[in-house]
Design a protein around this ligand. Structure first.
Ligand SMILES: NC(=O)c1ccc[n+]([C@@H]2O[C@H](COP(=O)([O-])OP(=O)(O)OC[C@H]3O[C@@H](n4cnc5c(N)ncnc54)[C@H](OP(=O)(O)O)[C@@H]3O)[C@@H](O)[C@H]2O)c1
Length: 377
């Protein structure tokens, strides 16, 4: 059967029948990212959501009774009665693919246990993003970094695997920068205006954020620099070689619900013409588009000509939340050019990113030993 992806594009990938779908679980299913994953998995053509896990505050009760649903629509009917369980491998979570939306400390503890038990773990958490044998993937940019799984599996004796997606502010920036790498990225300064949902739920107290901007997000500026260099770098001779660009980030929390806006100045080794940059963005596409992966947007980047776009409220849902919207390209008085980019932080920046990584791994035959039972014991 022909599948339609997030932009209504015809996908080359067949829809699997219900019994053939790959059993999947979400860890941290009650949080902001977990809710997005539950919503995206409810209708997924390849993965069937069979388990949901959260903290011991939530375990033992049906998902629908516990979750404080904070995204559009209703809790998907088929998930409401699933019991919330502990985020540990075993018969209570019989999943071959595990999507992790756990906080960092819990991810550090629980994610390897699933990989050791045979599951493919697609993680949103930062715990292992910078590990030497863990791919940090944006499928349109560095799908080749999945080759690191050979070394990961051998070194850790895991039948499963662990793959990560970047921090929510890094992902929009890297998608905007990747097509420009051909001009030689030398230096980047980025100032973010990050949405409240990026801090999870309940996140920043309302009295700290309404009528206010908080010019500090713990660890975020460092992550933007290190993750961007890893993603834009290479997997070569058995190790990750960082891209050489220098990056300085200012990260701010603003009272916007969803959508991280970023103001970027960039210096190149060879200064391109504005039309070269626009063409590079317009033509940018990658393996998810070629393979027609279900969550792939038809266009990873959309450029808007209006002088006052992109805007979170108007542009974050472009490509079902998977397209990064760029605008305001103009000369920079200090560097070469400056522009603005926007990405949906809980879809392209988190749940959709983890899903696209798992789809890519499935399409490449990398979901652990794909005929095996995964983390069912
Ligand atoms: N929000 C974003 O835009 C975004 C973007 C990219 C990456 N991330 C990363 O994704 C992860 C989840 O973020 P979030 O925003 O969804 O956070 P969140 O809203 O605070 O949700 C945290 C989830 O983890 C569960 N949890 C907390 N402590 C636990 C424990 N000890 N054992 C098992 N489960 C536990 C919570 O369950 P209870 O309901 O039972 O407490 C909840 O389901 C974090 O690592 C974050 O850094 C977030």
């Amino acid at each position: 059967m022909t599948q339609r992806n997030t932009s209504g594009q015809s996908s080359q990938s067949a829809q699997l029948s219900q019994p053939q779908r790959i059993p999947a679980a979400v860890l941290g299913a009650t949080g902001m990212v977990g809710q997005r994953l539950v919503a995206l998995l409810a209708e997924h053509p390849w993965f069937a959501l069979v388990g949901v896990a959260a903290s011991d505050r939530s375990q033992g009760r049906p998902y629908g009774d516990v979750v404080r649903w904070r995204i559009e629509g209703d809790v998907p009917a088929q998930v409401r009665s699933l019991p919330l369980v502990a985020p540990t491998p075993g018969a209570h979570l019989p999943a071959q693919v595990v999507f992790s939306a756990l906080p960092t400390a819990e991810a550090q503890e629980f994610e390897p246990a699933f990989a050791r038990a045979g599951a493919f773990v697609s993680s949103n958490a930062s715990a292992y993003r910078m590990s030497d044998d863990v791919p940090l993937i944006v499928p349109e940019i560095n799908p080749g970094h999945l080759d690191a799984l050979t070394i990961q599996r051998a070194a850790r004796a895991w039948p499963g695997a662990l793959v990560t997606n970047p921090n929510c502010s890094t992902i929009g920036l890297t998608i905007a920068l990747a097509p420009l790498a051909r001009f030689g990225l030398r230096r980047v300064i980025v100032t973010t205006l990050q949405a409240a949902s990026g801090a999870g739920y309940p996140g920043v107290p309302s009295l700290d954020l309404i009528d206010n901007v908080v010019p500090y997000i713990s660890g975020e500026e460092e992550k933007m620099a290190s993750e961007t260099r890893k993603i834009l770098g290479a997997w070569t001779a058995g190790h990750f070689a960082d891209a050489e660009l220098r990056l300085s980030a200012h990260c701010n929390r603003v009272p916007v619900r969803e959508g991280h806006l970023e103001c970027v100045s960039v210096e190149f080794e060879q200064r391109p013409q504005p039309d070269d940059i626009l063409a590079a963005w317009r033509d940018f596409s990658g393996e998810p588009q070629r393979l027609g992966l279900p969550t792939a947007p038809a266009h990873p980047i959309a450029y808007r000509d209006e002088p006052d776009r992109p805007q979170p409220a108007r542009d974050r849902d472009q490509g079902a939340g998977m397209t990064v919207t760029v605008g305001r390209l103009r000369p920079c008085e200090i560097f070469d050019y400056k522009f603005v980019c926007l990405s949906h932080n809980t879809i392209r920046g988190a749940a959709g990113a983890a899903l696209l990584n798992a789809e890519l791994a499935y399409a490449r035959g990398l979901l652990a030993q794909q005929g095996e039972q995964g983390a069912s014991q």
